[in-house]
Design a protein around this ligand. Sequence first.
Ligand code: GLY
Length: 338
Amino acid sequence: MFNRRKFLGSSLLASSGLFLRTSPAKILPQAGSPLVISTWDFGKAANQAAWEILGKNGRALDAVEAGVMVPEADPNNHSVGYGGLPDRDGHVTLDACIMDEKSNCGSVMCLEFIVHPISVARMVMEKTPHVVLTGEGALEFALANGFKKENLLTPESEKIWREWLKNSKYEPVINIENKKYSFAENQMAPGGPFNHDTIGMLAMDSRGDLCGACTTSGMAFKMHGRVGDSPIIGAGLFVDNEIGSATSTGVGEEVIRIVGSHLVVEFMRQGFEPREACRRAVERIVKRDPKKAMDLQVGFLAMRKDGRYGAFCIQKGFTYAVHSNTEDKIYQSESWFS
Ligand code: GLY
C-alpha cells in the first residue's frame, strides 16, 4: 500500500526544494487511477492493449504482459520479439523480465524460438522458485510449459543481417527505434540498421498497485550470448510498490553499470520527481565517461506511486507513450545533450 508517512516525508522534501527541478505541471492521474507508460512511439499500441485490461479494473501485471506482447509479435518491429534482428551468428535471442507489486519477479535471458519471452518470464516468476532462466534451460522450460517453438528470423531480418555480414561493423545508431526506414534506406543507415532496442512498460492499476515489464531482442549483431540490461531486475526494470517504478532503453551495458532502474527508484525514494530521478541516473552515465556519452543513447522512464511520471535521456529523440483516463499521447523526453 501507498505509505502515507513516507509520502509526507517527500512533501517536506518538496518544500525544502528537492522537488523543484520538475517537468511542467500536468493534469495527472491520482494514485489508484489507472495509468500505463512505455518506451518509444511503438509504446502507444502496446499501451492500448494494456489499457484494455487496466480500464476494466484489471491487474497491472496482466496489463503489462498483454501490452508488451504487441511489439513482441510484430514482425515489423526489429528490436523486440518475432522479427528482431539476430546476433552476429544469425540467432534471434530474446531477453525479458517482469516484476509485480510484491517484488515477485521473473526473467529469461538469451531465449531463442519463443515469440513471447515476457510470458515465459512471468511463468518463471509464478511457477518456479527461481528468478532467472537462461538459454537452453529457458527454452526447455518454455517448451515443457506449452510454448511453441518457432523461427523468429523473418526473411526481412535475415536479409538485413546478411547485408550487415558484408562489413560486420558494429556501431549502435542513436534513436534507431524511431526511424522509419524502408528496407532500402535501412541498408544505407550509418553503422548498419536497427541496432537496438526495447519496450519497457510501467503500469498502475485501479488498486494503486504497480507492475512492470521489459522485453527486447537486444543489440542487433551482438556477440552470441550477450545479455543487455532489459532482463536484469534493477537494471532494465525495477518496481517498488511503496515508491514507484522505472525502466530503461538504449545501450544496456551502460545501464547495467549503474543498476539504472533501481537507481531511479531510489532517487524517487529520496524525494526527487520522476523526471529528476531519471536525469540523475543519466548524469551518472554521462559523468563516468563524458566523451563516450556523446555517442550513446540511454533513456529512463519512471512512474511514481502518486501517478506522476517522467523521463530523461542522453541524446535528443527518445519518446515515450502515456495512456490514462485523461490522455493517450506520445511525449518527447528531455535530454542531456540538446
Ligand atoms: N537495452 C537493450 C539492450 O541493450 O539490450
